[in-house]
Design a protein around this ligand. Structure first.
Ligand SMILES: Cc1cc2nc3c(=O)[nH]c(=O)nc-3n(C[C@H](O)[C@H](O)[C@H](O)COP(=O)(O)O)c2cc1C
Length: 373
């Protein structure tokens, strides 16, 4: 079993590097327009991107999303990502720690992250399906202590598991298990999707049992339905995966839905965010920090650490320009900035019963709810 968990890690990385794994349907961030400010009352040099995340101050509201660990070959990837994150002073997650819970001898593939990145927020990771299968507080505490994590992400990936031939297709009873974790753990629990997006009602269900952090990981970036399609040797399953390749909630819609339904929650935006302007839009919609996975990994493995680091640096610079052109001296000031929506987003809001003015009021009010200033 653990051998299978291990090799799957490498197969996933190889497919993400070599195949087209992004769906046709987009994040819909291209239908979000930030109003231009012709007379920003600030100097570019006064813009302060630094942000608080999980109790630590980081240089910008940016995170390398959880990706890997669990196979000996992934150690150098996690090590390099951690060095980049520490050097840039941004947050980082690790991939599912299941392999190291199954085989203690693999813990070093994860613990290298804390060794290389002693001062940034680091997020542990475990699958919801694994919790349902029997992992409890003991295993989760081990995952957290393995990397001295500041939080644990519980990833929800039914769309991946259902297309994974050996996938765990049972999520029954998860909410109760998460409730017990929230009540007993010393660090916050993050409910995290994996590229198919969280809805407001699912987030509200978890918020009601005490979850305060959500990584929406919406549709429009890496698609695990497509990754599993390429892994599958079952032609029928692979054809069905094609049918479902655009399944999910686009990143922009997922953020709006969460802000509307759980106004006081912390939102990490990920899934298809590829530049600093998209990051600014995700923040303006109500996210607190943005995360990206595949583009960083591709640059690291194809071009080296310098290229991956420069990519993130560029995103931060692009984000700073968006702040300047909206007259925002801090990232969360974007929450109060005027946004215009394209037709598909307006239609979707209408069909969900989300009133645009009410959403905008909630978005702007959140500054006082989260009390960041
Ligand atoms: C190679 C790879 C491995 C991943 N493994 C995990 C994982 O183990 N746990 C998890 O929660 N998310 C995992 N993800 C999902 C990412 O954290 C992220 O939510 C998703 O890829 C969307 O971001 P992107 O479009 O920027 O890639 C992985 C992503 C990649 C590219």
């Amino acid at each position: 079993m653990s051998e299978q968990t291990r090799t799957r890690k490498l197969e996933h990385i190889e497919i993400v590097l070599k195949k087209e794994v992004e769906p046709q349907r987009t994040t819909l961030l291209e239908q979000i327009y930030l109003e231009h400010n012709s007379s920003p009352d600030l100097s570019f040099d006064d813009i302060d991107l630094s942000s608080m995340f999980l109790g630590r101050r980081i240089a910008a509201p940016v995170m390398i999303a959880g990706m890997t660990g669990g196979h000996p070959d992934t150690t150098r990837i996690n090590g390099a990502l951690a060095e980049i994150a520490e050097e840039l002073n941004i947050a980082m997650g690790v991939g599912s720690q299941r392999a190291a819970l199954e085989d203690q001898g693999l813990e070093y593939t994860f613990s290298i992250v804390r060794e290389k990145a002693p001062s940034i927020p680091v997020v542990a990771n475990i699958g919801g399906a694994q919790l349902v299968k029997g992992y409890g507080i003991k295993e989760v505490r081990r995952a957290i202590s393995m990397i001295k994590a500041d939080a644990i992400a519980i990833h929800l990936n039914p769309a991946q598991e259902v297309f994974q031939p050996e996938g765990d297709k049972n999520f029954k009873g998860l909410v109760k298990i998460v409730e017990e974790l929230v009540d007993n753990l010393e660090v916050p629990v993050i409910i995290k999707e994996t590229g198919t997006g969280l809805s407001g009602s699912i987030a509200r269900m978890f918020a009601e049992i005490g979850v305060e952090y959500f990584d929406i990981s919406g549709l429009g970036g890496t698609s695990w339905i497509m990754v599993e399609k390429y892994r599958s040797k079952d032609v029928t399953l692979s054809n069905i995966a094609d049918l479902y390749s655009n399944w999910g909630i686009p990143t922009a819609l997922s953020i709006i839905d969460l802000v509307y339904n759980v106004p006081s929650t912390h939102i990490i935006a990920s899934g298809g965010i590829r530049n600093g302007l998209e990051a600014a839009k995700a923040l303006a919609l109500g996210a607190e920090i943005v995360a990206f996975a595949a583009p960083v990994l591709r640059r690291l493995l194809n071009e080296g650490k310098g290229s991956a680091k420069n990519y993130i640096r560029k995103i931060i610079e692009e984000l700073k320009i968006a702040l300047f052109l909206t007259g925002s001296n801090k990232p969360l000031k974007l929450w109060a900035h005027n946004i215009h929506f394209g037709g598909e987003i307006i239609n979707w809001m209408y069909s969900k019963g989300i009133d645009i003015n009410e959403y905008n009021n909630i978005r702007k009010l959140r500054l006082s709810l989260i009390n960041k200033f």
